[in-house]
Design a protein around this ligand. Structure first.
Ligand SMILES: Nc1nc2c(c(=O)[nH]1)N[C@H]1C(S)=C(S)[C@@H](COP(=O)(O)OP(=O)(O)OC[C@H]3O[C@@H](n4cnc5c(=O)[nH]c(N)nc54)[C@H](O)[C@@H]3O)O[C@H]1N2
Ligand SMILES: Nc1nc2c(c(=O)[nH]1)N[C@H]1C(S)=C(S)[C@@H](COP(=O)(O)OP(=O)(O)OC[C@H]3O[C@@H](n4cnc5c(=O)[nH]c(N)nc54)[C@H](O)[C@@H]3O)O[C@H]1N2
Ligand code: SF4
Ligand SMILES: [Mo]
Length: 832
């Protein structure tokens, strides 16, 4: 099928289309990056004479490429943002990276500190001085600290800025202050679910997972993109995928909707939303039934041969046989909390330490007896064995049994993907190499951790496990910088805020949140879930709310005091990005109006709170302090080097020898069968221990077939990221508003015609939690039965409500992630 216009209901429901290169949708930002945006980014009078200089600015969004762009400054005014021609990685910034001028010189900027004069959220403010603002905030913080302890000050993690000094993400000056004073961190757990599921198998969190191609492979035969709207959300990676495709790599996209990348795929597999795990389990079924698994990898690099006790479903260990007591273990803590207080991520783990004294056992085929996983040369991959009276089966057999039911025909009923396509996908997954590009939020349904676990299990089964270990340099920061007094704050998941406020406790200790510091964090309010409940049961319960931001976003609009922060153009910093490099961004212009870079705001707060002595350092001194740890020391990375090279790759990532690629699990192997499954946080939820050793399929909670209200709310609402926005940002930027002036809901014309809803009319989307009114846009690329509602808009942009009202405050109890996609709703005409 080469033209989406011919897509039929049948095309979505039972056929997977082979998509041609003709895209029906608007050209993606990636596609137009070089041409249109380049032109767009030119402003000002190019003829004007004056002093001209150039600077490097790093696009500061989290979880994108952090492209380094070049700014042109003439007579102190930034006049252009353009591609940095000498960028060693040839990064192609998209339009979102080129709008910094319009962000900085924008009438809607917060220009000076302001105090609320009307009701919270009424929009009535008065201008105050910095001195008064800081004094008031410090007094409120002191009051709450005295009455309820320092942990009552809560500060969400927010992607307002990624800089190590002036950022609002993890690992910067605000965290230094937070740790010194003992404030509680609030983690939006925004995109952790899938990664957490993978962590169960690899033993480590997020980006520290095996990547790239397995040893011995030098070509990618297949790239599989799972529900990743990558043309919009990671445009440079999307372009790389197209380059690889041009050189012969098959591009496979699994997504219910016909996205930009799907339109370019060799095989597009539309599935029923929320059923990816069932699809992958059926692929595993085919692989095992046809004997296509990578037996060598399974036996040498995974727990496949490990004997599983049938009485308690745990690994059989030497101590089970000898009757000796098992050495003290940290079993219960293996899954671990927030990524930044996870000892494994912080490099303190000692994988395999228990195995040395109490190894798990396998069946030695040569001698017909049980032996240590680490000593037996030819362990059995399959079979049932009785060892010292304990009945056991291999982990591989347990997996085979788990997926036995998932025949292609059975899964076809669940996923609405033809059985033959499932077989084809299974075969493609066995190619060497097949690389997976997994979405972060596209599969945010109740079962999302299982989808992550399924991906990692599939990779293990096919031996498609890369030799590089990716890393996330957010987490590599010197302790003396982050926690100079040795004290480290607690982090709690935002999903549990209601439970915490109601009970005044978290994990058995008192915690009464009273002061909320919205530090460049949009996902706490405007980009979160169940907005009505957020206001009622969270914001209204706070004694005091203060915010730093560059505009009056949804969250700051409920604050008592707002402080104006400077934009990326107005400050120097370095960014520890997710891209295996450090990037320096140097100040293009002086802070506009009365704004201040975030780190300077933190310095003022610290002074007022009596801990100013920890902040008497220059930015460069702080940068060098933060770099005083590995791997930066070995690689000689200092502030001086960052300032001269701008983009400094971290070689440790690239030079990792295969033999050093140790997985961080207890067995140092891929643990697709988990010995001691545990929820990410112990927050009192039910947890099915016995069922959680292996991947399993669970229907989505609200969007699932059997959800109680599905007859009332027949549509699944996909809250994809908006091409023209970065989360809750850029709504005030003219160039963005030109292509996306207001919130829209995209729906399949077949569905809408059946409901007599006209293209371009205003419609109300609603469910039990709330509603939103937006313009209907017919789109044949949207799967029938789905509504696509790109998120990121403040409530003020809607005629009524907000998409965020529709999302429940439920969460995946294994990962504590918000169910952004697990939403069902109905749609009807809107009459004002
Ligand atoms: N409903 C729904 N919610 C979601 C998602 C979803 O798909 N659907 N996605 C989730 C995901 S994956 C993520 S990562 C999170 C991201 O959520 P956040 O990390 O909270 O990011 P933003 O919403 O962009 O909020 C950043 C705020 O910082 C402000 N800001 C910008 N620059 C600066 C600066 O230099 N200094 C200061 N102080 N402030 C600044 C912006 O104006 C904005 O208000 O959102 C999550 N929320
Ligand atoms: N423009 C822009 N880019 C961004 C961001 C942004 O806010 N704006 N945010 C950045 C951040 S922090 C993150 S975490 C990433 C997130 O990047 P993505 O994971 O790409 O984000 P989403 O837009 O949530 O992905 C939605 C995709 O999942 C598909 N989908 C929905 N349900 C299912 C399903 O059940 N199965 C499958 N297979 N697919 C499904 C949707 O059709 C859509 O194509 O984007 C990053 N890039
Ligand atoms: S949004 Fe992503 S691709 Fe676009 S300029 Fe920024 S970092 Fe680069
Ligand atoms: Mo994210």
């Amino acid at each position: 099928m080469s033209n989406a216009k011919t897509l039929s209901r049948r095309g979505f429901l039972k056929t997977s289309a082979v998509a041609g290169a003709a895209a029906f949708s608007a050209a993606s930002l990636a596609g137009c990056a070089q041409g249109q945006s380049e032109e767009l980014a030119q402003t000002g009078d190019s003829e004007a004479a004056g002093v001209e200089e150039t600077h490097h600015v790093c696009c500061q969004w989290a979880t994108c490429h952090n492209c380094l762009v070049e700014t042109v400054v003439r007579d102190g005014k930034c006049v252009s943002v353009r591609t940095w021609a000498e960028n060693p990685w040839m990064e192609r910034p998209c339009a979102r990276g080129r709008v910094w001028i319009q962000r900085a010189y924008n009438d809607t900027r917060l220009k000076y500190p302001m105090r609320r004069v009307g009701e919270r959220g009424s929009g009535e403010w008065e201008r105050i001085s910095w001195d008064e603002a800081i004094e008031t905030i410090a007094a409120e913080i002191k009051k709450a600290t005295e009455a309820y302890g320092p942990q009552s000050i809560i500060m969400p993690l927010g992607a307002g800025g990624m800089g190590r000094v002036h950022g609002t993400e993890n690992g910067n000056l605000c965290n230094r202050l937070q740790n010194i004073l003992g404030w509680t961190g609030l983690n939006p757990t925004a995109d952790d679910g899938e990664a957490y599921g993978q962590q169960k198998v690899w033993g480590d969190f997020l980006y520290h997972k095996p990547m790239g191609m397995p040893p011995g492979c030098d070509t990618n035969k297949v790239n599989m993109v799972w529900g990743y709207n990558i043309g919009v959300t990671m445009p440079n990676t999307a372009l790389t995928l197209l380059s690889e495709q041009a050189m012969g790599t098959k591009l496979v996209v699994i997504d219910p909707n016909y996205t930009w990348i799907a339109s370019r795929a060799d095989l597009w597999v539309p599935l029923r939303p929320g059923t990816d795990t069932a699809l992958m389990m059926a692929m595993m079924h085919v692989i095992i039934e046809e004997g296509l698994q990578d037996t060598d990898f399974l036996l040498t690099q995974s727990v496949a041969p490990v004997l599983i006790r049938q009485d308690n479903l745990r690994y059989l260990r030497l101590s089970d046989v000898t009757g000796e007591e098992r050495p003290a273990s940290d079993d219960e803590n293996v899954t671990g909390g927030m990524w930044f207080d996870d000892p494994k991520v912080m490099g303190m783990a000692n994988p395999g330490y228990l195995e040395d004294v109490d190894p798990c056992l396998v069946w030695a085929e040569a001698t017909d007896e049980a032996g240590s996983l680490y000593e037996v040369a030819t362990p059995a991959l399959t079979g049932s064995f009785t060892v010292s009276g304990i009945a056991c089966r291999t982990a591989f057999d347990m997996l085979a049994e788990r997926v036995a039911e998932f025949t292609p025909e059975y899964a076809s009923e669940i996923c609405e993907v033809p059985a033959e396509t499932i077989v084809e996908l299974a075969h493609l997954a066995c190619e060497k190499a097949c690389t997976y590009y997994s979405t972060q939020t596209g599969i945010a349904y109740y079962n999302m951790d299982q989808t992550g676990m399924a991906t990692a299990t599939l990779k293990t089964l096919t031996g498609n496990v890369g030799v590089q270990i990716g890393d996330d340099y957010w987490n590599h920061v010197a302790e003396e910088y982050l926690a100079p007094t040795g004290q480290k704050s607690k982090w709690v998941p935002l999903t549990n805020i209601y439970q915490i406020i109601e009970s005044g406790m978290w994990q058995g200790e008192p915690l009464q949140p009273k002061v909320l510091f919205l530090n460049g964090a949009g996902s706490t309010v405007g980009g979160g879930a169940d907005l009505n409940r957020t206001k009622r049961d969270f914001l209204d319960k706070m004694d005091f709310i203060f915010a730093t931001d560059i505009v009056m976003n949804e969250g700051p609009s409920y604050a008592d005091i707002v402080l104006p922060a400077s934009t990326a153009l107005e400050k120097s910093d370095y960014l520890p990005t997710t891209n295996f490099a450090l990037r320096y961004t140097d100040k293009s212009i002086e802070p506009l109006y009365e704004t201040k870079p975030d780190g300077d705001i933190i310095r003022l707060l610290a002074e007022a709170l009596g801990v100013g002595e920890y902040f008497n350092y220059t930015d460069d001194e702080f940068i060098d302090m933060s770099l005083n740890c590995e791997p930066y020391l070995s690689e000689g990375i200092t502030s001086a080097r960052l300032k001269s090279e701008f983009l400094v790759p971290i070689m440790a990532t690239y030079t990792l020898a295969p033999e050093k690629c140790v997985l961080m699990t207890k067995t140092r192997r891929a643990e697709f069968y988990v010995d001691y499954p545990a929820p990410r946080f112990k927050s009192g939820e039910d947890y099915d221990f016995d069922q959680s050793h292996l991947v399993r399929y669970i229907e989505p909670k609200h969007a699932g077939k059997d959800s109680p209200d599905r007859d009332k709310f027949p549509f699944v609402v996909s809250g994809e990221k908006l091409q023209e926005a970065y989360h809750t940002q850029l709504q005030n930027v003219g160039w963005m508003l030109e292509t996306m002036p207001e919130p829209i809901v995209k729906a399949n014309p077949l569905d809408m015609e059946a409901l007599s809803l006209e293209d371009g009319s205003y419609v109300e989307v609603y469910n039990n939690f709330g509603h939103a009114v937006a313009k209907l846009v017919y789109s044949e690329g949207i799967r029938p039965g789905m509504l696509s509602c790109p998120v990121g808009w403040s409530s003020s942009a809607f005629k009524a409500g907000n998409w965020v009202e529709l999302i429940s405050s439920d969460y995946d109890t294994q990962t504590q992630q918000v169910l952004y996609q697990d939403v069902a709703a109905a749609i009807r005409p809107w009459a004002e």
